[in-house]
Design a protein. Structure first.
Length: 157
């Protein structure tokens, strides 16, 4: 079994329900053992859209990185994600952040996620569930000391 971290986000419909449904679908092939709090975050890039709700999950899986990508994309498809514009509104987005210490850079898959350390909606929930995690030998705490990301609010739900 390989340890993985995934980021989930949504800004359409019942956001909490979207995230919970995606976690339920993910749990069919992933042993999820940590789920962050829900975070509300302002959009990145395209600003004229509703705020997002995000979480990060930690788990283990027997899926290869490539099969994990296919699986997460199948969940987006099942939940009727429609890609309209880059960084645009979406019912669900599931990104692979980390897969063990694997480094992959292909046309379809990059691990670790290339922009994860720039995004508050990833780093805050990731730090919450795994504060001792190292990425490229650096601690999350050190990466976040001078972090200037989008506005983010931890929700009590």
């Amino acid at each position: 079994m390989s340890k993985i971290y995934l980021s989930l986000g949504t800004n359409l419909g019942d956001k909490k329900e979207n995230l919970q449904h995606a976690v339920k679908l993910l749990s069919e092939k992933i042993n999820i053992f940590k789920i962050s709090s829900f975070y509300e975050t302002e959009p990145v890039g395209y600003k004229d859209q509703p705020w997002f709700m995000n979480i990060v999950v930690e788990g283990t899986t027997y899926l290869s990185p490539e099969d994990l990508l296919v699986f997460t994309q199948s969940i987006e498809h099942e939940m009727k994600r429609v890609k309209t514009i880059v960084n645009g509104p979406r019912i669900i987005d599931v990104d692979i952040l980390l897969y063990e210490d694997v480094k992959i850079n292909t046309e379809t898959l990059i691990i670790p996620h290339p922009r994860m350390t720039e995004r508050a909606f990833v780093m805050y929930p990731l730090f919450e569930i795994s504060p001792d995690l190292l990425i490229g030998g650096k601690s999350l705490k050190n990466m976040m000391e001078n972090f200037k990301g989008e506005e983010i609010k931890r929700l009590d739900i």
